[in-house]
Design a protein around this ligand. Structure first.
Ligand code: SF4
Length: 460
C-alpha cells in the first residue's frame, strides 16, 4: 500500500504537481541524438543532470548510453559555462572521436543564459571542431515542456542542420518516426521495405539502443541515420512526420530549408492509425500495400474477433506521451473498450482537441487532462472514484496498479522493470497484436488468480 495516502476527494490544485506523468527535456534530446550514427550527445550543465538522463535511458534500454557533460561547478553557475563547453569540445573530439556532437542545454545553463550557438561559433573560429566533424545544438530548458519537447527540439535541430536543398527530387520519402522504441523504428522500416518504398528515417535508434551482444564494446554502434542519408533527405519527395508533438517541428524545418512537403500523421498504433499511414504512404509513393501486410491486418482483426468478450466494455486508465496516447485511445475505442481516465504531462492544446474528436460523447463523461498538474496523483484519485479494469502506462503506474489490484500493461517511457519494449514493436499491425497480447494476458491472468475454484477454467 505504497500510495495509501492518496485521498479520494479531488481538489483543485493551482501550483503543485505530484508524481508528474513526464520527465525532463534533455532526456528526449539525448534519445533523439542517439538516433544519428556516430553522434555523441552532450549535456551543457551539471554532471548531476547528465547522469540522471543517462541512467534513465540506460535503465529503459538496458544498453550503455554515452554522453558528455560540461560539468558545471559553482563558478560556471555564476560566470557562465563558455569555457567548460570549449574545453568539452576539445576533450570530446580528441578522446571519443564522434562524427557529431549534439549539445543540449539544461535548466541551469538556460537560466544562466549561455548562448550555445555563439559558443559553438567561437569553437569553430578557434579551430576546436576538427574538419569534417559537426556540432548541432538544441535548447532544452526543462522548466517548460517535457521529454517529448526535448526530443522534438533535437529532431528540429537535426532537420535544420543536415538536409541539403537540391533542384532535383529523389524517388524517396522521409520518415520522422517520433518518439517510439527502436523496435518500432525497425517495424516501420520493415513495412516500408515490404512495400518497396525508398526512404530515409531519422532519428533511428534501431541498431543503437537494441544492439546485439557481440562480446565487444562499440562506442558508436552500427545503427542510426548516417550523415549522407541526412543530407539527401533534403531531396526527398515527401516527409511523414509521425506524432504532432514529437515530429511536426522537424517536418516544418525540412520544409522551410529544402521545400520538402510534409504531413503530420499519427504514430501508427492500432488498426485505424496504421491504415491511414500505410494508405498515405501508398498514395505518395505509388507503391500498393502488398497482400502480406493485408494478411497481418487480418490476423489482428481475427484476434479481436476471437477475444471480444474479454475486451468489450473494459474500462481503461492511460497515461504517457500524447503521440502514443492519441492513437492508443482510438485503438481501444475501436475494440469497444472504454478509456475513462487519461493523463499526459506534456502540455499542448492539440491533445485535448484531438482526444475530443476521437472520443466523441465519451470525452464529456471521461476524465482527460494534459499539461501541468495532469499527474499520476490525479490519475490515482480518478481511479479511486471510478475503478478501472486495466491501466496502461510506464513503470511508474505499478504503484497504483498494486494498491488498487488492477491489471497493468507497461507501455511508454520509461519502462525500468521489464524488457521487451526495445525488441517488440507496438506500431503497425504486428504492434497491434502485441498490445492485444499484453492486454489480454494481464486481464486473463487476473481472472485466473481471482476465479473461485468452481469457475477456474482450463480453456477460457
Ligand atoms: S535540473 Fe533540469 S535538466 Fe537537470 S535533471 Fe533536473 S529537470 Fe532535468
Amino acid at each position: 500500500m505504497l500510495l495509501r495516502h492518496t485521498p479520494k476527494e479531488v481538489k483543485d490544485r493551482k501550483a503543485l504537481t505530484i508524481n508528474p506523468a513526464k520527465t525532463c527535456q534533455p532526456i528526449g534530446a539525448m534519445y533523439a541524438a542517439l538516433g544519428i550514427h556516430g553522434c555523441l550527445p552532450h549535456s551543457h550543465g551539471s554532471q548531476g543532470c547528465c547522469s540522471y538522463h543517462r541512467s534513465t535511458l540506460t535503465r529503459h534500454y538496458k544498453e550503455p548510453v554515452m554522453a558528455g557533460t560540461s560539468s558545471f561547478t559553482e563558478g560556471a553557475s555564476v560566470f557562465g559555462g563558455q569555457s567548460n563547453l570549449l574545453q568539452s569540445f576539445n576533450n570530446l573530439f580528441s578522446i571519443y572521436d564522434p562524427d557529431i556532437v549534439a549539445v543540449h542545454t539544461t535548466c541551469l545553463s538556460e537560466t544562466i543564459g549561455d548562448d550555445v550557438s555563439q559558443i559553438t561559433q567561437k569553437a569553430i573560429d578557434e579551430g576546436k571542431i576538427p574538419a569534417g566533424k559537426h556540432v548541432i545544438y538544441a535548447s532544452t530548458p526543462s522548466y517548460v515542456g517535457s521529454h517529448v519537447t526535448g526530443f522534438s527540439n533535437m529532431c528540429a535541430s537535426i532537420a535544420k542542420y543536415f538536409p541539403e536543398k537540391q533542384d532535383y527530387e529523389l524517388d524517396q520519402v522521409n520518415i520522422l518516426p517520433g518518439w517510439v522504441e527502436p523496435s518500432d523504428m525497425r517495424e516501420i522500416k520493415r513495412l516500408m521495405s515490404e512495400m518497396h518504398v525508398p526512404f530515409v528515417m531519422f532519428p533511428d535508434t534501431s541498431g543503437v539502443l537494441d544492439a546485439p551482444q557481440t562480446g565487444f564494446h562499440q562506442f558508436y554502434p552500427k545503427g542510426g541515420a548516417s550523415v549522407p542519408d541526412l543530407k539527401r533527405s533534403g531531396a526527398s519527395s515527401f516527409t511523414f512526420a509521425l506524432g504532432k508533438f514529437s515530429s511536426e517541428a522537424a517536418g516544418e524545418e525540412l520544409r522551410k530549408k529544402c521545400d520538402v512537403p510534409y504531413e503530420v500523421m499519427e504514430v501508427p498504433i492500432g488498426i485505424n492509425a496504421t491504415d491511414r499511414f500505410l494508405m498515405k504512404v501508398s498514395e505518395v509513393s505509388g507503391c500498393p500495400v502488398p497482400e502480406s501486410i493485408n494478411d497481418e491486418r487480418g490476423r489482428v482483426v481475427d484476434i479481436i474477433t476471437d477475444m471480444q468478450q474479454y475486451l468489450h466494455g473494459k474500462k481503461v486508465a492511460l497515461f504517457g506521451d500524447p503521440d502514443i496516447l492519441i492513437p492508443l485511445t482510438e485503438f481501444l475505442l475501436a475494440m469497444d473498450m472504454k478509456p475513462v481516465h487519461i493523463v499526459s504531462g506534456t502540455p499542448g492544446k492539440y491533445f485535448m482537441e484531438r482526444m475530443k474528436e476521437i472520443m466523441g460523447d465519451d470525452f464529456e463523461t471521461g476524465n482527460v487532462k494534459n499539461g501541468p498538474r495532469a499527474d499520476m496523483f490525479l490519475l490515482h484519485q480518478w481511479i479511486k472514484n471510478e475503478p478501472v479494469d486495466l491501466i496502461i502506462g510506464n513503470t511508474y503506474g505499478k504503484y497504483i496498479a498494486r494498491d488498487e489490484n488492477i491489471p497493468f500493461v507497461r507501455m511508454g517511457f520509461p519502462i525500468l522493470d521489464r524488457i521487451g519494449h526495445s525488441y517488440f514493436p507496438v506500431t503497425g499491425y504486428a504492434g497491434a497484436m502485441r498490445i492485444l497480447d499484453k492486454m489480454l494476458g494481464a486481464i486473463m491472468d487476473q481472472m485466473d488468480r481471482e476465479a473461485p475454484e468452481e469457475k477456474f477454467e482450463l480453456v477460457m
